[in-house]
Structures are given as C-alpha cells and as structure tokens.
Design a protein around this ligand. Structure first.
Ligand code: ADP
Ligand code: MG
Length: 212
C-alpha cells in the first residue's frame, strides 16, 4: 500500500472534537489553516497551489459524495479540480481570492456579472445531472483575477430543491444594488441575517418551503 505525501499531511492533523465547536489542535508546519466550515477544515499547502479539505471525524462519510460531485464538475473552470481523495480528505486546486462573505465584510463590490458567473457555474452543474444546493456566501469565491469559483459541492447530489441561491439573488437585486445600501456589511450583521434566515426556513409553515 502506498502512502502519498497528502495522506501523511492529513495524519498530522488533530481535531478537538469534545467541544461544540471543532478546533484544530495541531498540524504539520507545511500546512496553513486556511478556512473552517461546518463539516471540514481546509489547509493550504505551503509549497503547492492546492488545498487539503479534511472532514471532521463525524463528517467522514461526506468525503466520497463530495469527491464524486467534484469529479462530475471536472470539465468546468468554475470548480476546483480534485487530485486525490482519502477516506476523510480531498486534495484540490487552491482558489485564491475572497469568499463573497469576505467581499461584503470588506466592501469589495460584487457586480452583476459576478452573479451571472455563479448562475453559469450552477447551470453547468445541472447539465451534468447535479442539483446545486447549499449555495451561500462562504461557498462562492471571487478570485484575485476577478473570476468566480464555486466550492463545497457535497450537497449537489441531494434531491430536494434548495432556494438559497435564488433568495440571495433576490436580496442582491432588492437591497444590495440600491444606491443607499452600504456595500460594506459588518460580519455580525451577516451572521444575524443568516441565523434569522435559517430560523425562517425551519419554522413549520402551512406553505411547504424547501430546506437545504
Ligand atoms: N479550493 C479552495 N480554495 C480556497 N479556499 C477554499 C477552498 N475550499 C475551501 N476553501 C475555504 O475553506 C472554507 C471551508 O471550506 P468548505 O469546503 O466550504 O467546508 P464545509 O464543507 O465545512 O463548509 C471555505 O469557506 C473557504 O473559505
Ligand atoms: Mg462551506
């Protein structure tokens, strides 16, 4: 059995999973903790333009699903290519830039053509038989060359409809594009809006709403 350098790097990462929020306790010095999501931590490799997404122990089963989805999206530059997968990790292109969340927090303008690019990327996903879901501000990246990239595609294979991107687009048109709307939004405001949005989606309604 051969062990890759990536598998070795992954073996050096230790999560603290006894708390509500996962923490990274240690990792190899060639790895830079770059981002943490709800299911995984993402490390940039110091000497390669790639990242390793390492799933928290309780989310290992997502790895295979996300790998398969990324492989289906391989023909599109909107998505990172996958180079290796293990039972709890994926190695993929590093998409250098800012997430849409960071753009809003820092006042970096999001233009209508960026929104169009997301639509194009999602359309591509549909064309290969996927069902784009979980499209939120942390999963969209504006690269340093003004391109848009989409990450975190594990839920693209779910069957139920997800309205998150349509809701975000509506907010973009109705609020963000208005001249009076502040282009720099404090993080705590965005976190509060996210919590309220989730609450709204999960409150049982007579009218059936889709959940992501
Ligand atoms: N390929 C990538 N290139 C650059 N940054 C990435 C990449 N993948 C993930 N990230 C960063 O790591 C964060 C968490 O990754 P993500 O795949 O969204 O994990 P989760 O499934 O836990 O939400 C993202 O919000 C983003 O900031
Ligand atoms: Mg994510």
């Amino acid at each position: 059995m051969t062990h890759s350098i990536y598998a070795y790097y992954v073996s050096t990462v230790l999560f603290a999973d006894n708390t509500k929020r996962v923490h990274v306790l240690q990792h190899h010095s060639d790895l830079l903790l770059y981002g943490m999501g709800r299911s995984a931590a993402v490390f940039k490799m110091k000497y390669e333009n790639r990242v390793i997404k390492i799933f928290y122990p309780q989310y290992n089963q997502i790895t295979e699903e996300e790998k398969q989805n990324y492989e289906k999206l391989n023909g599109s530059t909107y998505y990172p290519a996958i180079y290796e997968a293990g039972i709890n990790y994926l190695v993929m292109d590093f998409m250098e830039g800012k997430t849409f969340f960071e753009c809003l927090a820092e006042g970096i303008p999001l233009k209508p053509y960026h929104i169009k690019h997301v639509d194009n990327g999602l359309q591509y996903a549909r064309s290969v038989g996927l069902n784009p879901s979980d499209i939120h501000l942390h999963n969209l990246i504006l690269t340093n060359n003004d391109n848009v990239r989409i990450i975190d595609v594990a839920r693209f294979s779910q069957e139920k409809a997800c309205t998150q991107w349509d809701d975000l687009k509506r907010a973009y048109r109705q609020y963000y594009q208005r001249p009076f709307f502040p282009k720099k939004v404090p993080k705590w405001v965005m976190h509060t809006i996210t919590k309220l949005y989730r609450l709204y989606k999960y409150i049982p309604q007579k009218r059936k709403r889709s959940k992501c």
